[in-house]
Design a protein around this ligand. Structure first.
Ligand SMILES: Cc1ncc(COP(=O)(O)O)c(C=O)c1O
Length: 386
């Protein structure tokens, strides 16, 4: 079914076709070509980090993370239950056990006040997700982790170029992962990156990303042939995808300005309606500069959430919900270290609704969405009840 207003529409920044044509003309369509280098340099300079490596997805960057940290049987990894499956699956693949953490009711980020009791002598890493492009409470999380000698990884799929206390998310943990999937702020269809903040992890990351070979050393002239030296896989995207991505990253300010407009318009148009109807809009703590990845609302009940999705569908608007709590999923239970208690995750998962959100969402399209919401029957229900 096609919608007048889809949930997502991939948006071009302008130079994508030109750069892809250049990448083809360059005669280097495989990984680590000129456009991959440009993306690496741009991200390293902007984020101020020692190394960034493009990958084929955020999922693959997470899998590289699990390999780099030597996660395996006997290790526990703390992850929020309220996240995409890849955040957890990457570590389960290596044989580590998952400990699911609950989220804060305001930002829907990992609840740092309930983190410490989850740490055991087996805990190897805490993986945080900066949900919806709003940073976790990194000061507390880093302090708890360092007291216990545990590494912190940031799944920054939603949050590239958002800041916590003035510093970019993705620059706090030893490693961070990015997504350039078509639903993200910056895209090349499918893509990702590993941000390496701990310089000691760089050399091995290059090996893992090149099928476990020391090819990078060979290209630097440090060995006379390259051989298999470690585990690894093929995590390099084609330079054609890097060309697409580079056009998007170059236009980062323009893309983010447009997304801020979309987010602010939703917030302004829905504020009164939300208050009248006990609907909670996103909370942005004062020390966070958000990335405007999505606009979500928390409806008072699962019935009202599902009813609003159906009513919007009748106006040819696609709204969606997520995430199904991982600690209740079949695989989550199979790979958990022990049962977890995540009441906020369960409650939020029932009540959350995401509105159409993409860089080129027009004011007219947005007005159609907000009118459909403010005229919806959840308001009428409330008026009758009061
Ligand atoms: C928090 C989070 N982590 C990881 C991923 C996986 O990203 P990718 O599709 O690039 O593998 C997603 C995808 O939506 C996500 O939302």
């Amino acid at each position: 079914m096609s919608y007048r207003i889809p949930f997502n529409r991939p948006c071009l920044a302008g130079n994508e076709y030109k750069y892809i044509a250049q990448a083809i003309a360059n005669g280097h369509a495989s990984g680590d070509g000129p456009f991959t280098r440009k993306c690496h340099e741009l991200l390293e300079a902007e984020l101020g980090v020692p190394r960034v490596l493009l990958t084929t997805s955020c999922t693959d960057a997470l899998e590289m993370t699990a390999l780099l940290l030597d996660c395996g049987p006997g290790d526990e990894i703390i992850v929020p239950s309220f996240t995409f499956v890849s955040t957890a699956n990457a570590f389960a693949l290596r044989g580590a056990r998952l400990v699911f953490a609950d989220i804060r009711p305001d930002t829907l980020n990992l609840d740092e006040t309930r983190l410490e009791p989850l740490i055991t002598p087996r805990t190897k890493a805490i993986v945080v997700v900066h949900y919806a492009g709003v940073s976790c409470e990194m000061d507390s999380i880093l302090e708890i982790a360092s007291r216990h000698g545990v590494r912190v990884v940031e799944d920054n799929a939603h949050s590239l170029f958002s800041r916590y206390k003035g510093k970019y998310t993705g620059t706090f943990g030893c490693l961070a992962t990015q997504s350039f999937h078509e639903t993200k702020n910056f895209t090349c269809g499918e893509g990702g990156a590993l941000v390496i903040n701990d310089p000691d992890l760089i050399e091995r990351a290059l090996i893992l990303r090149e099928k476990g070979t020391n090819r990078a050393r060979f290209f630097r002239g440090e060995v006379d042939k390259y051989t298999w030296v470690d585990l690894g896989s093929s995590y390099l995207p084609s330079d054609l995808l890097a060309a697409f991505l580079y056009a998007q990253l170059e236009a980062r300010e323009e893309i983010q300005t447009k997304r801020h407009r979309v987010w602010n318009s939703y917030h302004a148009a829905l504020g009164d309606w939300a208050e009248d109807n006990d609907v909670r809009l996103p909370v942005i703590p004062s020390d966070c500069e958000q990335a405007c990845h999505m606009f979500y609302m928390l409806l008072p009940s699962v019935e009202q959430r599902d009813s609003l999705i159906s009513q919007l569908k009748a106006h040819s608007i696609l709204s969606v919900f997520h995430y199904t709590p991982l600690h209740l999923s079949e695989a989550g239970q199979k790979f958990a270290a022990r049962p977890s208690d995540c009441p906020v995750t369960e409650d939020v998962s029932d009540r959350l609704l995401r509105l159409p959100f993409y860089t080129d969402l027009t004011e007219d399209e947005q007005a159609h969405v907000t009118a459909a919401i403010t005229n919806s029957r959840i308001r009428v229900l409330k008026q009758h009840a009061s």
